[in-house]
Design a protein. Structure first.
Length: 104
C-alpha cells in the first residue's frame, strides 16, 4: 500500500520548489527548507561564493559538517555518561564494603 502524500511548496533562494511528502512530515520539511534557505542566504551574502549550484553545495557541506560535529559530541557525551555510571557503581561498591566493615 502506497503512503499518502501532500504537495508542499518551499522557497529556497527566492525559488519555489513543490515537494510531495507524508502529511506528518510537512512541518519537518518546511523547517528543513527554512534552515537550508537561511544557510544559502548567509553564504550568498558573504560574497565569496557565486552561483546557486555552488551556494547549494557549500550549504550542504556546512550542514553536513554541523551534523557530524553534533554526532561526535553525542558519542562523546554517551562515553562520559558510561564512565560516570561505572564510577558511581565503584563508589557504591566501596561505600557498601565500608559499611560491611563497620558492622562487623
Amino acid at each position: 500500500m502506497k503512503e499518502e502524500t501532500v504537495p508542499v511548496t518551499v522557497k529556497i533562494l527566492e525559488k519555489d520548489y513543490r515537494i510531495a511528502c507524508a502529511p506528518n512530515h510537512k512541518q519537518s520539511l518546511e523547517d528543513s527548507a527554512a534552515l537550508l534557505n537561511d544557510k544559502m542566504h548567509e553564504i550568498r551574502a558573504s560574497g565569496k561564493v557565486i552561483g546557486s549550484d555552488r551556494i547549494a553545495v557549500m550549504a550542504a557541506l556546512n550542514l553536513a559538517h554541523d551534523l557530524l560535529q553534533q554526532q561526535q559530541h553525542s558519542a562523546h557525551d554517551s562515553q562520559l555518561q558510561t564512565q560516570l555510571r561505572q564510577l558511581r557503581e565503584k563508589i557504591d561498591e566501596a561505600v557498601n564494603a565500608s559499611r560491611q566493615l563497620e558492622i562487623t
